[in-house]
Design a protein. Structure first.
Lengths: 112, 112
DNA sequence: GTGGGTGGTTACCCCGAGGTGAGCAAGCAC
DNA sequence: GTGCTTGCTCACCTCGGGGTAACCACCCAC
């Protein structure tokens, strides 16, 4: 979701949901967040296997964006073969918590 | 967000966030929901004015989708000039409630 | 030497969400 | 007759997020 950035926009500026939507707006981001919530500290390949259908390119770019947004922490070990571990930051954990009611709404609707 | 629909996908199927994301995935949907939360029962033109930047075409298509998803209720009066009123359904109100923690997270982050 | 495993990058393409601008129905005011 | 109003629809175009495939470094096992 491209930012709205309209200083005079009351709804867009006050509600704060658009801020959150910019972070979780990618196609697979909530799934990545969820996977890291259920399986803390996963490697790149493990994440890819946890999220069937995602390609390496998209996973890599999403992880870079999530890291830049400060919700995911990345640790790279300088070994061969490469080893990189991802985990949620405190902010990422709080974001995940904030997503729980939404998940509950979705589950309720899916069950309904 | 296109659906993932992979029966064997544990994360995608269990977490239910993807279900919610399909409903709120449009660029302006959360803003529409928010506007209807703060100003119940608004007309088309009022909504457009409440959400600066949105075009009529996109507002119309988003409203149709939200109505089809059962979160928005639409009443059209057969008069000239046309009069159409939109409001949140019970499900829409619950969706909005589920979005509040996310909004709080966004506000907190925007406040730095 | 060849193949596999790891975590990527690069180049390329495609499709669809969203933006642009016009038009329309029908009644009223002037 | 002209213009204003409202809630759209239609045709057209753009742009970028995401998908596809190939390639890379570096070491090990066979």
């Amino acid at each position: 979701m491209t930012t709205l950035n309209r200083p005079g926009t009351p709804a867009g500026h006050v509600c704060g949901i658009d801020t959150a939507m910019e972070v979780i707006g990618g196609k697979w981001k909530v799934l990545i967040l969820w996977a890291l919530h259920e399986h803390p500290c996963r490697r790149f390949g493990e994440l890819r296997r946890l999220i069937p259908g995602i390609t390496e390119k998209v996973l890599a770019s999403h992880m870079r964006e999530l890291e830049a947004d400060g919700v995911v922490h990345r640790v790279a070990y300088d070994v061969v073969p490469p080893r990189v571990e991802y985990s949620l930051t405190e902010d990422g954990k709080r974001l995940n918590d904030a997503l729980q009611p939404l998940a509950a709404w979705g589950r309720e609707r899916a069950a309904g």
